[in-house]
Write a protein that binds this ligand. Structure first.
Ligand SMILES: [Zn+2]
Ligand SMILES: [Zn+2]
Ligand SMILES: [Zn+2]
Length: 155
């Protein structure tokens, strides 16, 4: 396990640097002194972000790691789960969604909206995580299950 853990955290680190950028950095942030997200001094336990010359404080970094991990957990489950794909009730999928939603606010993300119809995804609406192709790079987002599965079928 000691081999796997650093590898996995390296992957997450790359993803964070990749998906969370680019930022407009203030002078102090560009100078590596302050956290790119909250603007507080990142301190000795701050984390260097590769894709930009910025630093994150450990609290912001952890919040975004949790957001990413729970998004991927949910995504991976939905991909391999027949009830989720067929729009039936799945408590595992539901649980992973709830766990992910708890990380959205701390990670400074805006509330989920549907990448397909651009409406908010309410907590009581069936939804799925979707990886969306953006202009510069893919984005990790969400979709109403009715919107996403319709799109998948028509493909
Ligand atoms: Zn911070
Ligand atoms: Zn499921
Ligand atoms: Zn929708």
């Amino acid at each position: 396990m000691t081999v796997l853990v650093p590898k996995e955290s390296q992957r997450l680190h790359r993803l964070i640097s990749f998906y969370e950028g680019p930022w407009r950095l203030t002078g102090e942030q560009g100078a590596d002194a302050a956290c790119v997200w909250c603007g507080r001094l990142s301190g000795p336990d701050g984390v260097d972000l590769d894709s930009i010359s910025g630093r994150s404080c450990s609290a912001c970094y952890l919040a975004r790691i949790l957001w990413l991990i729970t998004w991927y957990d949910w995504h991976q489950h939905v991909l391999g789960c027949t009830p989720c794909q067929q729009r039936r009730t799945c408590y595992v999928g539901r649980g992973r969604r709830v766990r992910h939603e708890l990380t959205i606010m701390p990670a400074g993300k805006r509330p989920p909206f549907c990448e397909s119809c651009h409406c908010p995804v309410e907590a009581d609406e069936p939804a799925m995580p979707v990886r969306w192709e953006g202009d510069s790079h893919d984005r990790l987002g969400y979709g109403h299950r009715r919107c996403v599965t319709r799109r998948a079928v028509s493909r």
